[in-house]
Design a protein around this ligand. Sequence first.
Ligand SMILES: [Zn+2]
Length: 56
Amino acid sequence: MKKDFLDILCCPVCKGDLELKIYKEENNEIIEGEFYCKKCKKNYPIKDGIPDLLPR
Ligand SMILES: [Zn+2]
């Protein structure tokens, strides 16, 4: 996932801002990490470069 995407991503539940934790990145792309919504207190993982932003 390109870091550029960060600007357009928001929490799927509350549309709030997401906090990003990067665990692994290559060539300005996030390979593994995690989004966190402070309002919902939910984590959304990024695996193999694909953000999983489905609400659960
Ligand atoms: Zn939220």
